[in-house]
Design a protein around this ligand. Structure first.
Ligand code: ADP
Ligand code: MG
Length: 239
């Protein structure tokens, strides 16, 4: 079964008198454990599609099957629950809470989700994630006391805290220098390979997209291409 199946997805924004069609019939599937880059020029609809995939918004028409359930008509409450249970987000601007320690930023989503773990267990699990992203010695630092790359690592740890199946990263390296970008991409590749995490990386930069095994390109709200690249060791068995 595919983790994601989209059928004829359309999204139109209504701005007063004007209709702005942004997605014009997208059909695609993404299997569990894939590492996919979603690329295309600025304004081609990447973030709109990511917001739909991340259950932050719903399509104007079409079907969205997530993990075997059709959710295009789900209520905002149901979508919030799906997000919590299934999806982690990483953004260009890190979106960390200021004046809050890195560790508390990572723990935060757990305090909003339904699970049977104690506060102590939450802390151990979040500490473990901080160590896995290489920030075991930065737990008590506030975002302003961390570099951009370190802040994005915290954001990745936070995105993983609810054990999502799907990680959506919208331009995650957009504010980072090239060396730090490379480190963040390697981290995402590692999570994909070792944990089987499904990763969808949104980027307008072909050099960044080249880190994914599969590259989907949008043009004017339509799929312009969908190709598997060889010689990128980002997912699946040896080729
Ligand atoms: P990308 O991420 O590929 O740059 P977006 O999905 O952000 O593209 O935007 C696609 C088009 O939709 C743009 O023309 C943008 O101005 C418009 N758009 C995006 N979000 C909204 C919104 N919430 N309301 C109205 N128009 C929007
Ligand atoms: Mg965008």
């Amino acid at each position: 079964m595919q983790l994601i199946e989209l059928r004829e997805i359309r999204k139109t924004y209504y701005l007063g008198e004007v209709d702005l069609p942004v997605l014009n019939g997208i059909t695609l599937s993404i299997g569990s454990g894939e590492f996919v880059a979603l690329t295309g020029a600025s304004g081609s609809g990447k973030s709109t599609l990511m917001n739909l995939l991340g259950c932050l918004d719903h399509p104007t028409s079409g079907e969205y099957w997530l993990d075997g359930r059709e959710i295009s008509h789900s209520s905002s409450n149901e979508r919030a629950q799906l997000r919590n249970r299934m999806i982690g987000f990483v953004f260009q601007n890190f979106n960390l809470l200021p004046r809050t320690s890195a560790l508390e930023n990572v723990i935060m989503p757990l305090t909003y989700s339904h699970h049977e773990h104690t506060e102590h267990e939450n802390r151990i699990w979040s500490t473990d994630l901080m160590e896995r992203v290489g920030l075991g010695d930065r737990m008590d630092h506030q975002p302003s006391q961390l570099s951009g790359g370190q802040q994005q690592r915290v954001a990745i740890a936070r995105a993983l805290v609810n054990r999502p199946k799907l990680l959506l990263a919208d331009e995650p390296t957009g504010n980072l220098d090239s060396k730090t970008s490379e480190e963040i991409l390697l981290m995402l590749q590692g999570l994909n390979q070792t944990e089987g995490l499904t990763v969808l990386l949104v980027t307008h930069d072909p050099g960044i997209a080249a880190h994914a095994r599969r590259v989907i390109r949008l043009h004017d709200g339509l799929l312009a291409s969908d190709s598997v690249q060889v010689a990128v060791g980002s997912d699946g068995p040896p080729k």
